[in-house]
Design a protein around this ligand. Structure first.
Ligand SMILES: C[S@@+](CC[C@H](N)C(=O)[O-])C[C@H]1O[C@@H](n2cnc3c(N)ncnc32)[C@H](O)[C@@H]1O
Length: 482
């Protein structure tokens, strides 16, 4: 049989690559002209088109568009993958990332959410699931979900089977095969335990909304060897979206040669063993490095823990201009720096400054102690409760954090950033409707305020970005029943 030769004209090259780029992010530069021509030719032949121009018309006709476009994108995308691809990254996952997440969540919400975005035939999310089982002897006492998504439905079908011929087991060592696979039909199938941990869904990273209703927010995202095929703008769009769905402190694993350089400065790059991984860094002011003072008070009954007689005490902080207490070489606050007998307002001021320094140094337990001392003296200052909330949040005591943020807005009902924190905690714990409500409060008060009130505290993140983030959350979480 003689194979039909299709010619790709300059005009067709341009319009095909634009269509493909807009619908999948995949970009064909001129060096890949022939790869594109061959891929298009296969599909043109399959649908009986005489020329590639005819095929373009067919592809953009309403009746066929969706189905044929899906087929074409499946045909053009690179599916190459393997189990435990890039071992140093999986070592980092097992040795550092999972223990860190488990340590943070033990005693609070024992849920773990991993997402493999662009999972191809499933080896990557299954490797993530096996890594979790490797490290967590009590995995069944955790609420664990690993989600694999891809735009290629055929690849997802293979992934759902969880069966692979022996030649596809590259990357699996003997120990893992024995523990997590059973021989079947001349190949191997992953055990039910592993398969049950992973869900697969079709999702186009460029055109579909984030899968927040499926998975909630994530602790770890793997998106490896996917954005490498995208234009810079599309890759930037995708990684910025990942930032929104990642939990604070969450990790983004990119492919070996991929980097966020000039793409996003929201993440920090951390070296874990022999791998470099991106971590979601929090905006200043939200992670407790800059702080906010309060002015307003409410007249409703006080919640437990706030003493009535302290309520009208004036806020002295604004009158002070002294520097922060000195930090000792050991990294702690120098003893005695605030030890002298001071008037009450001064004592509170010192404790606040001390707590801020301790928060910056990451000594959250001591920060809590300093704040308790300050609250003993003045329990009506919103700022104190807010700092306490940050300290609890840092210790992953989300119940106490939420309580402290509530007290913050009790003392100052315009404390928009406290609403933001409450919303984040609610979202994190799956209470999406309540979270949406609190994000709305945050937006309302952020808008009402003089923007300069928070500008300094939020630093380079900015009020505008926080507003955008809240609005994005409202749009994406709103209406979801939980
Ligand atoms: C080379 S594979 C990478 C598989 C796996 N992440 C790994 O590194 O081993 C790239 C995958 O990205 C998928 N992909 C490409 N563009 C996509 C998009 N816009 N949305 C979702 N998946 C996409 C492809 O279908 C393919 O399965």
């Amino acid at each position: 049989m003689k194979l039909k030769h299709y010619t790709l004209t300059e005009e067709d090259f341009e319009r095909f690559r634009q269509l493909i780029n807009q619908t999948s992010g995949i970009f064909f530069d001129r060096g890949k002209w022939d790869i594109l021509r061959l891929g298009l030719s296969d599909r043109a032949l399959a649908v009986g088109a005489d020329t590639l121009s005819d095929y373009y018309e067919y592809l953009t006709t309403d009746d066929y568009r969706e189905e044929e476009l899906r087929r074409l994108l499946e045909h053009l995308s690179v599916q190459e993958t393997q189990f435990f691809r890039n071992l140093p990254q999986f070592d980092a996952l097992r040795k550092f990332v999972i223990p860190e997440i488990v340590g943070r969540k033990a005693g609070t919400y024992r849920n773990i959410r991993f997402w493999s975005a662009g999972c191809s035939t499933g080896q990557e999310p299954y490797s993530m699931a096996m890594s979790l089982l490797d490290v967590l002897p009590d995995a069944d006492s955790w609420d664990i979900r690993v989600m694999g998504t891809d735009l290629n439905e055929q690849a997802l079908d293979t992934a759902r089977q969880g069966w692979y011929p022996e030649r596809k087991l590259t990357g699996m060592d003997r120990k893992h095969i024995e523990r997590y696979m059973v021989p079947m039909d001349g190949g191997y199938r992953l055990t039910e335990e592993v398969r049950n941990m992973v869900d697969f869904h079709r999702l186009n990273l460029v055109t579909d909304p984030l899968p927040i209703e499926r998975i909630g927010t994530c602790d770890v995202i793997f998106c490896r060897n996917v954005i490498i095929y995208f234009t810079h703008e599309t890759a930037k769009f995708v990684v910025e979206h990942f930032f929104d769905i990642l939990n604070p402190g969450g990790y983004l694993f990119l492919g070996h040669s991929e980097t966020l350089w000039k793409m996003s400065n929201k993440y920090s790059l951390v070296e874990l063993g022999d791998a470099f991984i991106y971590k979601k860094s929090l905006p200043r002011g939200i992670n407790g490095r800059r702080f906010i003072s309060d002015r307003r008070m409410r007249s409703a009954p006080l919640p437990p823990g706030i003493e009535e007689d302290r309520r009208k005490r004036p806020d002295r902080r604004a009158e002070r201009t002294e520097p922060l207490p000195e930090v000792a070489e050991s990294g702690g606050v120098r003893e005695g720096a605030v030890a002298e007998k001071e008037p009450e307002g001064e004592q509170v001021f010192s404790s606040v400054e001390e707590a801020k320094t301790l928060l910056e140094l990451g000594d959250y337990d001591k920060a809590v102690t300093a704040l308790e001392r300050a609250l003993d003296t003045d329990s009506t200052r919103a700022e104190l409760h807010f700092l306490m909330g940050l300290a609890h949040e840092k210790r992953d005591d989300l119940v106490s954090a939420s309580e402290s943020f509530r007290k913050t807005i009790y003392c100052d009902d315009h404390f928009s950033i406290a609403y933001f924190h409450i919303a984040s905690i609610l979202e994190h714990t799956g209470q999406l409707k309540a979270a949406t409500r609190e994000y709305r409060h945050a937006v309302r008060y952020l808008r009402q305020d003089d923007p300069r009130r928070w500008e300094k505290e939020l630093d380079d993140y900015g009020v505008e970005s926080l507003l955008n983030l809240c609005e994005w959350k409202i749009e994406n979480l709103g209406g979801l029943e939980t």
